[in-house]
Design a protein around this ligand. Structure first.
Ligand code: IP8
Length: 258
């Protein structure tokens, strides 16, 4: 089993509401065909999710007005998912969309329930399940934002993938933000013990699903359920494909405590 997360910053222009990067979507989905193993695809929400999730305060307390905002964002993330599914179909795969809004619930932002059987059943039939960051039911908050990373963890636990690949818009994890600091160094690998050495900076920007540190901590947990886990640059042609094929590529290996 192979598991990949296509980051929202690769699939969309994260600063502009509902702006897909169509060429990147087509190229990346093509890279996912012909890998010779079962595959599950997760993708981020990018500007189809984060911008309005913040505006409508979808992670906040329950309120009657949240439902409308949630419905809009659910529609928007499905629109992005349609583009991903379309690309995978064009590439010759048999993708099936499994929206978290239907199969997962949270309780105060933490996982409460997750139905894994649709993934198992479809994989057995030769489909490629596709799921994504979404707005889901939350027992305390009414609805809440669920990152695709939460799906990555649950899927990794259930399937114990041979290889997990995160496609980011930079080469991997750096010692500090490479978009702001010229002296930022790419880490070839990261383990829990390395976290104090990384300058994560203040969590800001349009991302409503947590800062980089929280994401890296979750990646470490995901890595502990996989043989290999690596963060690579999804903007570089064939890097995601080569990583999934087990080739040595530029990126950051995530080393979980197995
Ligand atoms: O981009 C976020 O998912 P992520 C989901 O995978 C929404 O963190 C709706 C903002």
């Amino acid at each position: 089993m192979l598991l990949v997360k296509l980051g929202g910053s690769v699939l969309t222009d994260k600063a502009r509401l509902r702006t897909p990067r169509k060429t990147a979507i087509l190229r990346l989905t093509k890279e996912l065909a012909g890998l010779g193993d079962d595959l599950i695809v997760v993708h981020g929400a990018g500007s189809f999710g984060h911008v309005l999730a913040r505006r409508y305060r979808l992670n906040g307390v329950a309120s009657p007005s949240k439902a409308k905002g949630a419905a809009i964002v659910q529609r928007d993330v499905r629109a992005l998912d349609d583009l991903v599914v379309g690309g995978l179909l064009k590439a010759g795969l048999a993708p099936v969309a499994l929206p978290p809004s239907a199969i997962l619930s949270l309780d105060d932002g933490r996982l409460a329930s997750f139905e894994v059987s649709p993934f198992e059943d479809y994989v057995r039939q030769g489909f490629t399940p596709v799921t994504f960051g979404d707005v889901v039911r939350d027992r305390t908050r009414g609805v809440a934002v669920c990152s695709g990373d939460v799906l990555m963890l649950e899927i990794a636990k259930a399937f114990r993938p041979r290889c997990v690949v995160f496609a980011a818009d930079v080469d991997g994890l750096f010692t500090s933000d490479p978009k702001k600091r010229g002296d930022a160094r790419l880490l070839l690998s990261v383990a829990e013990a390395d976290l104090p050495l990384i300058d994560f900076g203040p969590a800001k920007g349009p991302d409503v699903t947590g800062g980089i540190e929280a994401k890296v901590r979750r990646m470490l947990e995901i890595a502990s359920h996989a043989d290999e886990c690596i963060i690579v640059n999804g903007n570089v042609k064939n890097r995601v494909r080569d990583a999934l094929r087990g080739r040595i590529v530029v990126g950051t290996r995530v080393v979980g405590g197995h």
